[in-house]
Design a binder for this molecule. Structure first.
Ligand code: NDP
Ligand code: NDP
Length: 311
């Protein structure tokens, strides 16, 4: 399969693994890259020294291209960017911030830059900032989410109409059928997060992976819109939040309830009751924890079979 995205990254399949906090260490990223996709290390949950270690381990585990996802609201972003350059990382996906801030620096250092957006407006802004491609992520996605609630089915064709650079669709895609649909809507490639959480190689806790497999439609919800909208599995923490909403809480009260490191507690430490469990709606289509190589093989097989059935 050859297109703008496979050529841009020099990969076999137009499948990118989302750089999800607490899930996407070097084992997951290298496994995805070794299977022909593009693996991303999720820097959002890593202190600078931890990220450096993960990059070095990833380089040892694969000779294929891989990248790093950096949320720009990260506290030590400057230090992280220097590590990217020093370690010779070739591909960076930025998210949660203005693409103008770091794109010139990264481009000057010969790095391919992709920015993640959830609206047409920010897709255009990213292209103007000089990024090489855009990930447009719909409201179905897990974790931090767009305020406008635009779904992947509507976002992809709208962004496609406005953009010249390659487009990667994200949010609600976990199967070959979903990948084909995204490409028909105008994407050059797909970014999948949730499907790769339920993999042997994800660094998240086994309790969380098992919970993802049990999750069905209607089991996730976007909450905490006043802080930063986030899609979570409805667990005890979520219910407590909803109870608090009944009392018209202030922003401070919401912040206090959220506390610190809830995402780590849920996804990395496996506390299914009190942690944040960030997963997309598409968890309802994920039935098994598997090795990454099998996941990618299944997706490509299904993609090709369904595509052939239309011709
Ligand atoms: P270590 O980093 O020493 O890891 C402990 C065990 O977890 C080791 O067996 C190690 O395997 C394995 N491991 C580490 N990273 C990964 C990964 N990405 N995927 C799969 N397995 C992994 O100690 P901790 O687990 O205590 O982690 C230390 C800190 O590293 C954490 O507090 C956290 O901040 C950060 N971390 C962040 C991750 C993320 O995705 N954001 C993932 C993992 C760690 P091996 O010896 O083979 O490396
Ligand atoms: P909190 O402020 O609640 O906690 C910070 C967490 O980040 C802690 O678990 C901490 O690990 C870890 N961390 C890693 N590096 C640093 C650092 N340099 N300074 C401070 N803490 C660090 O944040 P969240 O857990 O809610 O979010 C963490 C990051 O993940 C943010 O960058 C956020 O934007 C991003 N995020 C992205 C999401 C997505 O879907 N893309 C969803 C949610 C968050 P420790 O506990 O070991 O100190």
């Amino acid at each position: 399969m050859t297109n703008h995205i496979t050529e841009l990254f020099n990969i076999k399949f137009p499948i990118i693994q989302g750089g999800m906090i607490w899930n996407s260490g070097w084992k997951l990223a290298s496994a995805v890259s070794n299977a022909g996709g593009l693996g991303l290390i999720g820097a959002g949950s890593m202190y600078p020294n931890v990220l450096k270690e993960h990059i070095q381990k990833c380089k040892n585990a694969t000779n294929k291209p891989f990248g790093v996802n950096i949320p720009m609201l990260y506290p030590n972003v400057k230090e992280i960017m220097q590590i990217i350059v020093d370690e010779g990382v070739k591909i960076v996906f930025t998210s949660a911030g203005n693409p103008k801030t770091w794109t010139p620096f990264l481009k000057k250092n010969g790095i391919i830059v992709v920015h993640v957006v959830s609206s047409v407006k920010f897709a255009i802004k990213s292209e103007l900032a000089g990024v090489d491609a855009v990930v447009a992520e719909g409201f179905e996605a897990g974790g931090h989410n767009g305020r406008e609630e635009t779904t992947t089915f509507t976002l992809i064709p709208m962004v496609k109409e406005k953009l010249q650079i390659p487009l990667i669709a994200a949010g609600g895609i976990a199967t070959g059928r979903g990948m084909l649909a995204a490409i028909i809507l105008g994407a050059d490639a797909v970014q999948m997060g949730s499907r790769f959480v339920a993999s042997n190689e994800a660094s998240s806790h086994i309790n969380f992976k098992k919970k993802v497999v049990e999750t069905q439609d209607g089991d996730t919800h976007v909450t905490l819109k006043e802080l930063a909208p986030v899609r979570l599995i409805k667990n005890k923490f979520y219910t407590e939040l909803q109870d608090l909403y009944q009392q018209n809480p202030t922003i401070e009260e919401l912040k206090e309830k959220l506390g610190r490191a809830r995402a780590k507690k849920g996804m990395f430490e496996g506390d299914l009751e009190n942690g944040e469990l960030e997963i997309g709606q598409v968890a309802g289509l994920i039935y098994e924890i598997k090795p990454v190589s099998e996941i990618i093989k299944e997706i490509i097989t299904e993609f090709k079979e369904i595509k052939a059935s239309f011709c």
